[in-house]
Design a protein around this ligand. Structure first.
Ligand code: DX5
Ligand code: ZN
Length: 220
């Protein structure tokens, strides 16, 4: 099974509560929140106060994707703010194992995010400490970018790596996913599918989620 995780980066922030309600009605189970610091990525978005507000407004699983330097300084604070899932980039944390354990101890699900050019073998040692891997299929920083095609093969290799080790680690994928490519992505083994423009781009987020679910279920 797969879950759609709308990325609120592409939502209308003046109507955020309504946008969240719209994706709930469409069948989304996870809400993806992109946190950027202007250092790890060339963009600045939102942080802890917004996550706290969203927590009061929804019972969806809140998934915070930390695109920040030294994520170990903030990861637990996101769990305390109400996030259920917190991912930190393998490229940004020299004490990744410690951060992942701290997220779990705080009651969150720990995730490792990995950029398109970072090899999968950088996950090997930390994999047992992660509840999920967030495979980036664009270079993080902006919504609306094109899916990098080599990500599909990387996704298949990650699926194999997890299965061969007998782990339950879930795979989330993020960047450039829409109704045209979602079926291939689900078939290749992704379980949580992030989509920003694909959900919010046409102005009706309920229909956006439904369209993605419909396009993906060809394989179920
Ligand atoms: C990119 C973010 C993504 C982004 C996805 O840095 O991590 O979550 O919002 O947006 P789309 O689906 O438009 O590529
Ligand atoms: Zn993201």
């Amino acid at each position: 099974m797969f879950e759609i995780a709308p990325s609120i980066l592409s939502a209308d922030f003046t109507r955020l509560g309504e946008e969240i309600r719209a994706v709930e009605i469409g069948g989304a189970k996870v809400l993806h929140v992109d946190v950027m610091d202007g250092q790890f990525v060339p963009n600045i978005t939102i942080g802890l106060p917004v996550v706290k507000s969203i927590r009061k407004a929804t019972s969806l699983t809140i998934d915070t994707h930390l695109m920040i330097e030294n994520p170990g300084n903030y990861a637990v604070k996101f769990v305390e703010a109400g996030a259920d899932m917190v991912s930190v980039h393998v490229e940004a944390d020299v004490h990744l194992q410690r951060t992942l354990c701290a997220i779990r101890e705080a009651g969150g699900q720990s995730g490792i995010a990995i950029n398109p050019a970072t090899p999968l073998n950088s996950l090997e040692e930390a994999l047992p400490f992660a509840d999920f891997i967030l495979l980036m299929s664009v270079n993080p920083g902006f919504g609306g970018q094109k899916f990098i095609d080599t990500s599909l093969d990387k996704l298949r290799r990650l699926r194999r790596m997890i299965d061969e080790r007998g782990l339950n680690t879930r795979i989330e994928i993020d960047g450039g996913i829409d109704a045209d490519n979602i079926a291939k992505i689900v078939e290749a083994g992704a379980e949580i599918i992030v989509s920003g423009t694909g959900v919010f781009g046409k102005g009706n987020a309920t229909e956006g989620v439904k369209e993605l679910i419909g396009a993906a279920t060809v394989w179920i």
